[in-house]
Write a protein that binds this ligand. Structure first.
Ligand code: 23J
Ligand code: MN
Length: 262
């Protein structure tokens, strides 16, 4: 049975009937990075790419670099131990999460119109229920991601963070929406913004609910996703695996979606 499904899949993949959509942004020195209030925290450092050699006297036939990059940089995976509420899960770090959890169906909730009108848009339980009534129920083991088209701002850190004197302004979920999804048994929550929470989520109860509640439930996060506008509401498979960093709290990742064509 499984053999025939994978055989069928291989045939469709090679025939171009399944599209592989890149959900990751370019990772480099210009990648936008989270800025936290200085009184609260230390920021993740700027990404650095250092040349070791480039077919030269440091290595005549090869080019290679070394990187300085925080775990929570660019398109990245949040592991449960990232948050204090998830710190004790033995399978909650990048090196201990079961690999089967890196491949799962994805539900894409399109809020791009609402976000265009209100940068602080918050996804509520009612929004999710209305989406389910239209597209079908969200099932256990699936990802839920918020399409906002925010990734189109990724080329400019100022536009991406969208901060003013009152702090950053970007969309995200309410605490109740995250609790609703956890009760459904989702595997995680993903967003196109700098982190999985809304820009103003530091003032919510609990603060940063996507982090606090998802990781408390041993579930995952995906941040700075791109190209969610290329996905159907349902029917795509999301592949997103963090580097196997020892006791890692997260990692930049190459997130991909398999999408049936036509
Ligand atoms: C550390 C502190 C607060 C937040 C974050 C990290 C993230 O968004 C992240 O990248 O996990 S909100
Ligand atoms: Mn993160």
């Amino acid at each position: 049975m499984t053999q025939s499904v994978l055989g069928e899949f291989a045939g469709q993949l090679l025939a171009g009937k399944i599209e592989v959509v890149d959900l990751s942004a370019v990772l480099g020195p210009d990648t936008p990075l989270l800025k936290l209030p200085p009184e609260l925290a230390v920021d993740t450092p700027k990404i650095e790419v250092h040349k070791i050699s480039e077919y030269d006297d440091k290595g005549p036939f090869w080019a290679w670099n070394w990187l300085k990059v925080g775990e929570h940089s660019g398109t990245h995976f949040d592991a449960p131990i990232h948050w204090i509420t998830g710190r004790d899960f033995p399978d909650g770090s990048t090196d201990t999460i079961a690999p089967k959890n890196f491949v799962a169906p994805v539900n894409v909730i399109d809020c791009s119109k609402e976000v265009a009108e209100n940068n602080d848009f918050l996804l509520t339980v009612d929004h999710i229920k209305a989406w389910e009534a239209k597209h079908g129920a969200i099932q256990a083991g699936e990802w839920v991601v918020l399409r906002s088209d925010w990734y189109k701002r990724n080329g400019s850190e100022a536009d991406f963070l969208n901060a003013d004197e009152t702090g950053p302004h970007s969309p995200g979920p309410t605490p109740e929406a995250i609790s609703y999804l956890i009760d459904k048994g989702v595997i995680g929550w993903g967003s196109e913004t700098i982190g999985t929470d809304a820009g103003q989520a530091g003032g919510m109860e609990p603060p940063f609910p996507a982090h606090n509640l998802m990781h408390k439930a041993n579930r995952y996060g995906l941040a700075s996703l791109a190209n969610l506008d290329k996905l159907p509401p349902k029917g795509a498979i999301l592949i997103a695996a963090p580097l196997k960093i020892e006791h890692g709290t997260g990692s930049p990742c190459r997130a991909l979606a398999l999408v049936p064509k036509g």
